[in-house]
Write a protein that binds this ligand. Structure first.
Ligand code: KE4
Length: 447
């Protein structure tokens, strides 16, 4: 009898009530903050996060019955849209062969080959299970190869949650207003220098101060974690020159920009080749997968060839790799990034015009198929200007869109994304909803 009662209780508990507040309350009972990654918590926008039942194309089907046009797309991973038929079919087949072997597979070689062919800086690659691990591996390789200690990063740049890089980080770290995370001893960040993005002078000063001890400069070639912030003219080229002059390595963290702006990395667009590149998101096609790679001469410091250790039980997992290969194969075939960029430009122009017509001060930063709506009239070129935006207006905007079935990233310090699955109708509907949202904000301000 007791067993039956427990089972019944469990069934009740697990049965997904369609009310998000109840789902969130139950989630918070078992999961810290009710989420498995802070930026999903709606902490910076208020309210209860959307619980997803399923997703297809651009549409999220929420547990409470709502259908939403998704511009977060698993934080940029789903450039083909949700549940792309070719990815699902490939996964259905791959899963029948097993889920993990912890042994080499030809699949991993195939994905690595895709990356080496597409990304100018990648001669040799190591696959991981996340972007954080890819960045951890790349910075360790840089320190081992150069035998130097310091790492330069940029304020508002987010490179995953490795201790030494959670210094004035962007994304969730900014969103939660705790740029320097608790639990990170200061001597773990002693060798991390965090400088203003787009300020080449400050970087040169740091190199002059530590001419023999800067292992690497790491940055998002297009910042996406303070919102979208573009590199100023000559910034990337200047970093390349400084790294060459001081025999340090340039690391592009392309976890977000990789295969987002073009087939390959932002490094192809800006014609600046780093020594190491980190990737994630898109290359895993929505499955847990990251990668780092670079010149063979640099990468060979990595175990089992060299003394820099890095490992992972599920690194190069065959199911995740299958999703990645299928995604990259589709992207190579589609090749039509220009249509994706054109749709994004149309959306961003529509958002800017709607704001201007409503008298709301907004700056829309975009490149390729990623964009951020900043509630400011300042040019957003770094973390300081990104932080100067009006968070209250962002929150009102976010919820006004959500009420009308449009889902943007739930944070002012994030990028939004257009996928190959977004249609012109989706874009037109979104512009209409955005216009209504700005008018609603206008009215609320007038009151
Ligand atoms: P992951 O460990 O989350 O796979 O990747 C870390 C990472 C590294 N580098 C860049 C440029 C990144 O954008 C990320 C992760 N991005 C955030 C959102 N901007 C992931 C969302 C989350 O933390 O839940």
């Amino acid at each position: 009898m007791a067993q039956e009662k427990i089972k019944r209780k469990m069934r009740q508990k697990v049965a997904a009530p369609r009310d998000h507040a109840r789902l969130f309350k139950t989630a918070q009972r078992y999961l810290v903050g009710g989420v498995n990654s802070p930026v999903r918590s709606f902490r910076s926008v208020g309210g209860v996060p959307v619980f997803v039942k399923k997703a297809k194309g651009v549409t999220i089907y929420a547990e409470d019955g709502r259908q939403l046009i998704d511009y977060c797309l698993s934080w940029g991973a789903l450039i083909l849209g949700h549940a792309h038929p070719e990815v699902i079919a490939a996964l259905a087949k791959a899963i029948k062969n097993g889920t993990s072997y912890g042994m080499p597979t030809q699949l991993e070689t195939e994905l690595a080959n895709f990356l080496v062919e597409a990304v100018p800086s990648m001669e040799q690659v190591r696959l991981t299970s996340s972007g954080t691990e890819a960045v951890m591996g790349a910075t360790r390789v840089a320190r081992a190869y150069t035998r130097k200690n310091k790492i330069i990063k940029f304020e508002g740049g987010y490179h995953g949650h490795a201790d030494h890089l959670l210094v004035k980080a962007g994304s969730g770290a900014s969103t939660l207003g705790t740029p320097d995370s608790a639990g990170v001893p200061t001597d773990f960040t002693h060798h991390t220098l965090s400088l203003p993005y787009n300020d080449l002078g400050k970087v040169e000063e740091a190199f002059k101060k530590y001419p023999q001890d800067i292992a690497a400069v790491i940055l998002e070639p297009v910042a996406g974690n303070m919102g979208v912030v573009l590199p100023s003219k000559g910034f990337l080229q200047g970093l390349r020159k400084l790294c060459d002059r001081y025999r340090s390595l340039l690391i592009f963290d392309e976890v977000m920009s990789g295969f987002r702006l073009t087939y390959g990395g932002a490094q192809k667009i800006f014609k600046v080749t780093p020594d190491l590149t980190c990737m994630g998101k898109i290359i895993g096609g929505g499955m847990p997968l990251g990668a780092f790679g670079g010149r063979a001469a640099v990468m060979k410091v990595l175990a089992p060839l060299g003394p820099a250790y890095q490992a992972g039980t599920l690194s190069g997992n065959p199911v995740a790799v299958t999703a990645g290969i299928t995604t990259l194969r589709c992207l190579a075939r589609l090749g039509s990034y220009p249509s994706l960029v054109a749709r994004t430009k149309k959306l961003c122009a529509g958002i800017q015009k709607a704001a201007d017509d409503s008298g709301i001060k907004v700056r829309v930063n975009s490149i390729g198929s990623m964009f951020t709506v900043f509630f400011t009239d300042r040019n957003v070129t770094d973390y300081e200007t990104a932080k100067s935006q009006n968070g209250t207006l962002f929150r009102k905007f976010f919820h006004a869109l959500l009420e009308q079935g449009v889902y943007f990233a739930p944070s002012p310090f994030e990028a939004n994304f257009v996928s190959f699955a977004h249609t012109d109708q989706d874009i037109e509907r979104t512009i209409k909803v955005v216009r209504e949202a700005f008018q609603k904000i206008r009215v609320s301000q007038a009151v």
